[in-house]
Ligand binder design. Structure first.
Ligand SMILES: [Zn+2]
Ligand SMILES: [Zn+2]
Length: 302
């Protein structure tokens, strides 16, 4: 049990030598019942949760210093479902299984059931993924501050989602991606249902991997093959070839993806149509039209 409580570590610091490296994996699982794959077949959630638990345990199995955090993301809230914030569950060995694995499975399932029971009946198909990533970054930042001196923390975030990425969260996405890049946190994304262009940009910015899985039935296999190896090992493996990243931005006025737009020269806000006043920083621009005015004058003389 002690293995996963990173915070209460006064006795723990002696266990770390100066060359110790901790790999912290934060898994964000989108459990929003409004996403299409879950609306079509609610049982898909069980399959996704089981695959993620097996994947999480594989991460813990690799090295005893490996750490795990699991978060569930909904349309209105995101929560940490592993480890338990209060007292860890009391788990005894079952069928010879390592107690930590049993603890991971039971804690995740229990907290997830609690969270789903508290969910209101109104379905919303947008998940707060940007918010969940920022919570994960705050957690990683805290662990970074409290870790024993001399040990290195490698952190990464894996987002497993079937929702689409909404341009409404464009600003929040960009803020978390660049914060992650600054903190050296890798963001990996496993898309279950649709292509996610904003999250793909995040993977590219933080040198993570983006994969839209071709078959949901093979989720665990894709997780183990693509996302289990640590980022430093990945260049040695043959992974899915990188795809071209769609770097389109969303306009701040309608939150729609634009190919060509107007950028405020002061605050770099993006707009799909020209507006004389920037709605973000309130800078006033001259209306572009000396040519138009000239031609009008000429016409009047004629
Ligand atoms: Zn617009
Ligand atoms: Zn501006």
């Amino acid at each position: 049990m002690k293995m996963n409580t990173l915070e209460s570590e006064d006795s723990k610091s002696s266990d770390f030598s100066s060359t110790d490296e901790i790999s912290l994996l934060v898994i964000i699982l989108d459990t929003n019942p409004g996403q299409r794959i879950l609306r079509d077949n609610p049982r898909t959630l069980t399959q996704c949760v089981d695959s993620v638990i097996a994947f999480a345990n594989s991460h813990l199995m690799q090295k005893s210093q490996n750490k795990l955090v699991v978060m569930a993301c909904h349309s209105k809230t995101s929560e940490f479902i592993y480890p338990n914030s209060d007292k860890p569950l009391d788990v005894r060995q079952v069928d010879g299984q390592y107690e930590i694995f049993t603890l991971v499975e039971r804690t995740i399932k229990r907290n997830l059931a609690k969270m789903i029971a508290a969910e209101s009946t109104a379905l919303c198909n947008e998940s707060l993924l940007a918010g969940a990533i920022s919570m994960a970054l705050c957690y990683i930042h805290r662990i970074q501050k409290t870790k024993p001196v001399g040990c290195k923390l490698n952190s990464r975030i894996l987002v497993v989602t079937g929702s689409g990425d909404s341009a409404f969260q464009y600003m929040s996405y960009m803020n978390v991606f660049f914060t992650a890049q600054k903190q050296n946190v890798v963001i990996d994304v496993c898309a279950l249902d649709q292509h996610l262009s904003l999250l793909q940009q995040g993977c590219d910015i933080t040198s993570g991997l983006y994969l839209k899985i071709p078959q949901l039935q093979g989720l665990l296999q894709y997780l183990l093959w693509v996302f289990l190896p640590e980022p430093p090992i990945r260049p040695k493996l043959v992974l899915p070839p990188p795809v071209k990243v769609d770097y389109r931005a969303a306009c701040f006025c309608h939150r729609e993806m634009v190919d060509v737009g107007y950028v405020c020269s002061v605050c770099l806000s993006i707009f799909c149509k020209f507006s004389p006043i920037c709605t973000t920083c309130h800078t006033v621009f001259k209306i572009p039209g000396p040519l138009a005015v000239k031609s009008k004058k000429k016409k009047m003389k004629l």
